[in-house]
Design a protein around this ligand. Structure first.
Ligand code: F6P
Length: 326
């Protein structure tokens, strides 16, 4: 077995709450295993620019509860080029770093997969994205916190929606996936949940809003995933209003508040366990894989699969939400 003595850790792509807890777990596990750890700043950008710093146990004190990432993050265009990756490889050699742990989402693992194949460089990934769109894990780090942020905001909006008899359209993140919309929508009792995975029929929404069964409802919440096929929340609100001009509508786009704030207990747990397991995988020479949890069991999924295989949302839950929102 090849012994890896020095590990690098970085966060890349959009940040998510719980990344710090993952960094902490990686650093402390590696130190416990008598390895050295270097933090790499700003994701692949820092790898290319040689922004490395040795991390110690105290370097990660007091961060388990903090959102964001102490290592900072970026979406690197240069890492998409062969020259950029070569520069990154040379820096790793210069610093005697023999294995990497990358925390991020789709883009991060796409880069990691190419880099591993080009240089045969040991890499293990941790799923860190609010979107929850990675195959090979039930949940990604930051998703639970983002869902809680949405539910908290929707509860507040519900108060004012009720006072004014208004229909609110709340746009949530998720890129092309509807995981955040679906879970938060059910949890806040949304009247409608619109996700990219199913076709949205504006006429149906208008018809249901007008339906007898709903006649005594004077306000409501529609959760719109940003990637919905009928457009964003403003667009959809406009289309509904065209059909039902008498309804008083308002729109709230939640945006980046979904990416920040203290991680939920669930995200801290997930990040801590996955960070620990990622170091063990690397030291056991299991590379080019993402560590995840499926049905409470640790799983190792090749980057290629994690990126290319589609994790399906559970469509049947949308039906449940429709019934519960009558
Ligand atoms: O992938 C995480 C995410 O927050 C998506 O939900 C969103 O579409 C995107 O990143 C926003 O990216 P940026 O922070 O670069 O605007």
């Amino acid at each position: 077995m090849h012994r890896i003595n020095r590990i690098g850790v970085l966060t890349s792509g959009g940040d998510s709450s719980g990344m710090n807890a993952a960094i902490r777990a990686v650093v402390r596990t590696a130190i416990y295993e008598n390895r050295e750890v270097f933090g790499i700043y700003k994701g692949y950008e820092g790898l290319i620019d040689g922004q490395f710093e040795q991390l110690f146990s105290h370097s990660v004190s007091n961060i388990i509860q903090r959102g964001g990432t102490i290592l900072k993050t970026a979406r690197s265009k240069r890492f998409l080029t062969a020259e950029g990756r070569m520069q990154a490889y040379e820096n790793l050699k210069k610093f005697n770093i023999e294995g990497l742990i990358v925390i991020g989402g789709n883009g991060t693992f796409t880069g990691a997969d190419v880099f591993y194949k080009e240089f045969d460089f040991p890499i293990v990934g941790l799923p860190g994205t609010i979107d929850n769109d990675l195959f090979g894990t039930d949940y990604t780090i930051g998703y639970d916190t983002a869902v809680n942020v949405v539910v908290d905001a929707a509860d507040k909006i519900r108060d004012t929606a009720t006072s004014h008899d208004r229909l609110f359209f709340i746009e949530v993140m998720g890129r092309d996936a509807g995981f955040i919309a679906q879970r938060s929508g059910i949890a806040c009792g949304a009247e409608f949940i619109l996700v990219p995975e199913t076709k949205t029929y504006i006429d149906n929404i208008a018809r249901l809003l007008n339906h007898d069964i709903r006649k005594n409802k004077t306000s409501g919440i529609v959760i719109v995933a940003e990637g919905d096929d009928e457009g964003g929340a403003y667009e959809i609100a406009r289309k509904v209003k065209e059909r039902l001009p008498e309804i008083d509508t308002r729109v709230t786009v939640l945006g980046h508040i979904q990416r920040g704030g203290p991680p939920s207990a669930g995200d801290r747990m997930l990040a801590s366990l996955l960070g620990y397991e990622a170091v063990l995988a690397l030291l056991n020479n299991q590379y080019n894989i993402m560590v995840g949890i499926i049905d409470k069991k640790i799983t190792l999924t090749p980057f290629e699969k994690a990126i290319k295989n589609v994790k399906e949302i559970d469509i049947s839950l949308l039906e449940v939400s429709r019934i519960l929102a009558l």
